[in-house]
Design a protein around this ligand. Sequence first.
Ligand code: FAD
Length: 351
Amino acid sequence: MTRTAQVVVIGGGQSGLAAAYHLRRVGLDFVVLDAQAAPGGAWQHTWDSLHLFSPAAFSSLPGRIMPTQAGRTYPDAQHVVEYLADYEKRYELPVEHSVRALGVHRDGEFLRVETDSGTWRARAVISATGTWWRPFLPAVPGREDFGGEQLHTVDYRRPQDFADKRVIVVGGGNSGAQIAADLAYDTDLTWVTQRPPRYLPDDIDGRALFDAATARRRALDEGRTDTGGVASLGDIVAVPPVREARDRGLLKASPMFTRLVPGGVEWSDGTRAEADAIIWCTGFRPTLSHLAPLQLRGRRGHIATVGTRAADEPRLHLLGYGDWTGPASATLIGVGRPAREAAREIAAEVA
Ligand code: FAD
């Protein structure tokens, strides 16, 4: 059976919910399809001690401020899951959970969304499937020779799983720093980063990242000099556990090794370190395989966009994947604005 809606939103994490909020406001008929069985998107799957890098009030979706979490300035992931579940319920957003979009196809004046439980036809599709589901691993020689455990950020849960083990954490971003800090007390830790860690000043958090991303977008839009955006500030927000481990001298970073060897890693000068496990905190790519039938893929796995709209398929919008789909759009506070713009553009056309 084929069902019809004016808009199908694929993905029911924060980005899909922000889209749904604004689609409701502009009066469109829509459905949100989400592969997860429960609300919360990727936040349901992060490591236990993950802290947001902004206070609750600065991690809010449109319409509803995130409540503060008792005893914490920077909420944990479970708090975000509860907030998103409440958001979905409070606004009675039509989210169909446990439904995976398999392919989006052109079908005359419609886009057809094939899922693992039926087909939808829509005048527009908003893809909001995040990046968590496509972990990126750099090509480093010798990966097959290592023999120990290799994980990505998405697989890591808690330090107890590595108690007394020799662990190498690779990556100088927020995930790498937070996971290294988590492991610094109970494991024999080596933290490896491509360049020396760049901490944001301790009094700066995700709010400044949002401001920097917005200022950069504005400068580029107005033809002014590139401000450098978020990258100009630093890579790591010094959330309390990171700050504490760093200040205790437990977060000493080594440069990137050149290859993996049986039981460890090796640097270019021949130095070696033994390891039981390597945790690759090396980032993500956008989850876009469901859009493959539209044949839109461009450079670096992205799709060319104008705002949130796909440049070569005007009925498709992309939301929440990074700055290329709106300044700071891959953050809780940043996704609201591009979501609103996408909903307004779709409303103007569908009407
Ligand atoms: P997701 O949360 O990944 O949601 C996408 C949803 O789409 C999921 O439910 C998924 O199952 C579903 N889906 C995927 N493919 C399909 C399909 N084919 N069909 C149907 N459903 C599908 N941001 C902040 O604002 N503050 C922070 O402190 C912060 N910390 C972060 C820490 C880490 C480690 C990471 C990785 C990111 C962090 N972010 C933070 C960035 C961002 O807020 C999160 O990545 C967030 O989860 C992105 O939300 P999303 O809705 O775009 O994607």
